[in-house]
Design a binder for this molecule. Structure first.
Ligand SMILES: Cc1cc2nc3c(=O)[nH]c(=O)nc-3n(C[C@H](O)[C@H](O)[C@H](O)COP(=O)(O)OP(=O)(O)OC[C@H]3O[C@@H](n4cnc5c(N)ncnc54)[C@H](O)[C@@H]3O)c2cc1C
Length: 388
């Protein structure tokens, strides 16, 4: 079998892989690029199983900047790719609430957010009640509400738009699973696919999402990014209620979706494990989601879960923040992964950052150097405190 060879090979062809490929061409990269994707239907990819929301409300300044670029890109998409590339962007703020124990962190986040120009209101319980009368503020000390620049979209449509644009810019999409990586000393030589094909590469980007840790292990590289399951429930509430995306201190969230709502629960670290399956955790609805929502939004007392799905967070165990850029020793092994539940909104900013590093030798727009791999072997976590 002839051995193919590419200057850049991207393992994983969903949002992160496609965004890297697209922006490499945008930034003027003229070498050959291929994206290897094991499942072109994306049935198990986080990018299509996501809640697809974007917010300005993070604690890491770089994450806020990535969201700001993401928003600009999403709103501008029809201009860039034509009117057929509508991604169904729906503008709505996030209402992130804190009890007394979370109030100081919420306020610290708010200071960082507003210093970066994000339009976020810090609310007392009376303000919440006035703006959203359906919400019971029992146990709530404060909340942050996005007055602008937040909302949600259709992740599958975004993926389709980026992938088509990358293909149109002469990026090859190869159907196959990377099952082996040939590393000699500190250089990646090639990858082997499940069908026996070997593809040589000058540089390999790990964009395998929740399975990025597994992919890195093929090259003997330590990366604790693992799949953590999140179940999303589709909720029918017969009473009409005006709600933004509500994140409750009970770790339950809910947001409108058409004439229904979707919502879910994020377990605390001690109950959260790496899981490969995508079986729906039905018990979470009775145990966590319904009780929290019935307490917080009295009209939700009589809700029904009419459907559910599960997806994997690309969970970075060190600090719930992304890993972006080259490995510290294996300099042609790169990362674009580890977003821990916020990678959809940060996909395009990350793709642009990776492309700037490769094409121009440094970040030109947002300085993403804090996300470098070095912090893993040096055990220097960069915690993101606003994970939903
Ligand atoms: C329930 C849920 C809700 C979420 N909500 C939000 C949200 O509101 N906002 C937000 O910004 N983010 C959200 N996220 C996170 C976001 O979806 C992910 O961070 C993002 O989609 C990651 O994209 P990715 O391309 O890295 O990973 P994926 O979409 O998982 O893509 C990785 C791809 O790599 C392929 N692959 C893996 N291993 C190999 C291999 N060995 N060879 C070849 N191909 C391989 C897979 O088939 C897959 O297509 C949510 C995630 C979940 C699960």
């Amino acid at each position: 079998m002839d051995q193919k060879s590419y200057d850049i090979l991207i393992a994983g062809g969903a949002l992160l892989g496609s965004a890297c490929a697209f922006f490499l061409r945008e930034e003027g990269y003229t070498g050959s690029i291929a994206v290897v994707e094991r499942d072109p239907t994306y049935a198990r990819a986080s990018s299509t199983l996501s809640a697809s929301a974007i917010r300005q409300q993070f604690s890491t300044p770089e994450n806020i900047a990535l969201s700001q670029f993401g928003l600009e890109f999403f709103l501008d998409l029809p201009k860039r790719f034509g009117p057929e590339s509508d991604i169904g962007f729906h503008k709505s703020g996030f209402l992130i609430m804190a009890g007394p124990e979370g109030q100081a962190q919420l306020e610290a986040n708010h200071t960082i957010q507003t210093s970066m120009g994000a339009n976020i209101a810090l609310m007392e319980p009376a303000d919440i009640k006035q703006r959203f009368p359906a919400i019971d503020t029992d146990g709530i000390a404060a909340a942050c509400y996005g007055l602008d620049g937040e909302g949600w979209l259709d992740g599958a449509l975004l993926l389709g738009a980026l992938k088509r644009a990358a293909q149109a810019a002469n990026v090859d999409y190869v159907h196959g699973e990377v099952v082996k990586i040939d590393r000699r000393d500190n250089t990646i030589q090639s990858v082997s696919l499940g069908d026996g094909q070997v593809i040589a590469c000058g540089l390999l980007i790990d964009a395998a999402g929740p399975h990025a840790g597994k992919l890195a292990a093929f090259a003997d590289i330590d990366l604790t990014v693992e799949p953590r399951k999140r179940t999303v429930f589709v909720i029918d509430c017969r009473t009409k209620v005006d709600l933004p995306l509500v994140a409750d201190p009970s770790r339950v969230w809910v947001r409108p979706e058409g004439n229904m709502f979707i919502g879910g629960y994020s377990p605390p670290e001690e109950d959260d494990r790496s899981v490969e399956d995508l079986d729906i955790d039905h018990s979470q609805f009775e145990e966590f989601v319904w009780p929290a929502l019935a307490h917080r939004i009295p009209a939700f007392e009589a809700i029904k879960a009419v459907h559910a799905w599960a997806g994997h967070y690309d969970y970075h165990c060190l600090d719930q923040n992304a890993v972006i850029g080259a490995h510290n020793e294996v300099s042609n092994f790169w990362f674009a992964t580890g977003f821990s539940g916020h990678g959809l909104q940060h996909s395009v900013g990350t793709g642009r950052g990776i492309a700037e590093l490769i094409v121009h030798g440094g970040f030109k727009t947002i300085d993403l150097s804090k996300f470098a791999y070095d912090r893993i072997p040096e055990n220097r976590p960069l915690f993101e405190h606003n994970i939903i």
